[in-house]
Write a protein that binds this ligand. Sequence first.
Ligand code: LMR
Length: 326
Amino acid sequence: MRLLTAAAIAASVMLASVVAQAEPIKIKFSHVVSENTPKGQMALKFKQLAEERLAGKVVVEVFPSSQLFSDGKVLEAMLLGDVQIAAPSLSKFKKYTKKLQVFDLPFLFKNMDAVAKFQSSADGQALLNSMSKKGLKGLGYLHNGLKQLSASRELRVPTDAAGLKFRIQASDVIAAQFEAVNALPLKKPFSEVFLLLQTKAIDGQENTWSNIYSKKFFEVQENITESNHGLIDYLVVTSAPFWDGLPADIRTTLEGSMKEAIAHGNKIASEKAISDRKRIADSGRSTILQLSADDRAKWVSAMKPVWDKFAGEIGQDLIDAAVASN
Ligand code: LMR
């Protein structure tokens, strides 16, 4: 009996040491932007909070600037288990859901408050789970900001864009938006944009102030039109089987850490929309053009017909709900 007890104790000590030595869960977080951006800072904040709160249990490795996967590959890699968290722009999910295309409609949101209102509404929250059947789970939205147009030529009215080649994200809505002004959209990964602009293989692009600043697009684009015509925000996404398979206490702590990291990233997004714009203006490398109300109305009427083209895929109700948040 005593022998048995001793053996049981020895076994449980061994088991405890195996548990203690268990490898921490490794979470790879891959993204395409620089660290000095809302997404870059959010990813680092998530790493810091998760590793503080789950010391020894979880390790988060952050790979910025497309070091691990480019934007075209990261979701496939996630489904294969090669990466656990990413935050692609809402424009990059079309293979998995057509619903998120709502965020690409030109001139849909008046400002970032309207974006936040729509994202936190019941319709916006339901979209987080719009890809669950495909194995992807939305953990939350993260802001970057409104998009500006940049080009080698001054873009004051829509006809100025005619015939120019613009790099776009892999979105059919954005392609239609540029076709609506007789420009030539080219779907290219974010990692290639600077070189394409520098070598003049393309004439322009559209992006947020923080991306234009952090990736130095302003150094190779003489003209930026402050158009605020569209949105780059992100869906923080994970693999549903990975997330659902985590021990419940770890998952809850990670969800709390992610919520705080997103709030931190959102704060940086609103600061950078102002400070990175100013840095670009102060650099003297590009001229920032502000549109008159008349000229802006011309862009709106040229691009807005795109909405009708995608209403079937997105759902008119969802478009109406987004409009209602303005
Ligand atoms: C882009 O491809 O222009 C952006 O989606 C990059 C990013 O992640 O902000």
